[in-house]
Design a protein around this ligand. Structure first.
Ligand SMILES: [Zn+2]
Length: 437
């Protein structure tokens, strides 16, 4: 048993000392943090599953007008099946992470790379990329199961094996083609710019992300999906009329063949400035009426007009700046390398360890980020209700989307508070009705 006093000693001893001895404590603390995250994930999941089950016997009062008994039962079954699978996934990912960190496999791989290729930035970028790709492999069978068993069972999967494997292959090629030069550049910047390398690396990452924002809709997304302009007709008239009314200069509204992979439906926004376009999944267009689609588009325009996108980008840039700064501090500590079996001296292992461990810490910030995101969703909803002269069409669109996607209508408030980037159907309706009166 570890008592509180022991734990305090561990914390004190693990402080950054940079000494020659390699205290095992940083490793112990990292293991505790990783397990704490898993504990929180499983606890939240159990809380949520129990809450859903306690409402499972009959459709709750608030939803009787919206959803019939069979559809409700199906949404409960889907939620519980996803929850069980999620638990398995969380436990598996934790086990893989612990194994990778503490088995010595990473230092072995590092030695193998430096032995064969040396320690140049190009060789180290290859090491990081290879490690990243190797670490993504254990998750593939779970992804496959989620798509072809879980989603299949509830009628969502429309993907073929061929599409699934082609997606993997394309993603791999992209990771190599884009990731390798970026990693090599960052490692070069460490050599060129000295103590302030983290600031330069951050600027390089930002420039890269900016470039992707412009290029992805044009070069990358069309590689995975077919995009076609929304055909002439009532719907197109309606949507462009809405764009004019809300002073949104739409370059184009495009249809995406989302049905190639799944029956889940969605709408999103890509690019910015002149490259801005609105994308509607073909599944969404099949499920909703013209006024409902107009309301969904009004919601998306709401995000744009309230300047949510630049604000989120600024927040993410601030987050990555903080990340690079912390990384630069850790990369100077000998204990950080030694705790995981590396010899200090080359920054590449610090980069890899940081990438592996960042999620253990950022996980605890998710309620904050998601709370922020939910505030933006309310604002976009309010904008849509105003643009549509009332909330009716948005409410009926949201109801349909929740039903078609078998969304969990009764998440535990702690669970949705922690994980949900969008408010629940009930929360959104209440906010909209509040605005109506
Ligand atoms: Zn939204």
């Amino acid at each position: 048993m570890t008592t509180a006093a022991d734990f305090a000693t561990i914390l004190i001893l693990a402080g950054p000392q940079g000494g020659a001895a390699a205290p095992p404590y940083p490793a112990v603390i990292v293991a505790i943090l990783i397990l704490a995250r898993l504990g929180a994930e499983l606890w939240l999941s159990r809380l949520n599953a129990r809450y859903v089950r306690s409402h499972a016997n009959e459709v709750p009062e608030a939803f009787r007008a919206i959803i019939d008994e069979p559809a409700y039962k199906k949404s409960v079954a889907y939620t519980l099946a996803k929850s069980r699978f999620g638990n398995l996934e969380d436990a598996f990912n934790t086990a893989v992470l612990l194994l990778v960190l503490f088995s010595g496999i990473l230092p072995w791989m590092f030695g193998w790379f430096t032995g064969g290729l040396g320690e140049s930035a190009w060789a180290m970028a290859a090491f990081l990329l290879a490690a990243g790709l190797a670490l993504s492999l254990p998750g593939w069978p779970l992804d496959w199961y989620a798509q072809f068993r879980l989603e299949q069972r509830f009628g969502f999967n429309t993907s073929t094996q061929k599409t699934w494997w082609a997606d993997r292959f394309k993603a791999l090629l992209l990771a190599v083609a884009l990731g390798y030069p970026l990693l090599a550049l960052i490692l070069k910047l460490v050599q060129w710019t000295g103590a302030w390398w983290w600031l330069w690396a951050w600027a390089a990452l930002l420039a890269f992300q900016f470039l992707m924002l412009v290029l992805a809709p044009v070069l990358i997304l069309p590689w995975f999906n077919k995009f076609t302009p929304l055909p002439d007709g009532e719907l197109r008239e309606r949507l462009f009329d809405l764009a004019r009314r809300t002073r949104f200069r739409a370059q184009s509204i495009q249809l995406m063949d989302g049905s190639k992979r799944s029956r889940h439906s969605n709408a999103f926004f890509t690019g910015f400035g002149r490259f801005r376009k609105i994308v509607l999944f073909d599944t969404l267009v099949q499920q909703l009426t013209a006024p409902e689609l107009e309301a969904v588009l009004a919601h998306e325009i709401g995000h744009y007009r309230r300047r949510h996108i630049p604000k989120l980008l600024a927040c993410s840039a601030a987050g990555s700046l903080a990340g690079f700064w912390v990384l630069s501090l850790l990369a100077r500590q000998d204990w950080f390398y030694r705790a995981f079996g590396f010899a200090p001296g080359n920054v590449a292992p610090a980069l890899l360890l940081f990438a592996l461990l960042a999620g253990t810490v950022t996980f605890w910030f998710s309620p904050l980020l998601h709370g922020w995101s939910r505030r933006y969703e309310y604002q976009a909803d309010a904008f849509a209700a105003e643009a549509m002269n009332g909330a009716e069409s948005l409410v009926s669109a949201l109801r349909k989307l929740n039903e078609k996607n078998l969304s969990n209508l009764t998440p535990h408030p702690l669970y949705s508070g922690f994980y949900y980037s969008h408010p629940t159907l009930l929360e959104r309706e209440q906010a909209l009705v509040g605005k109506d009166h």
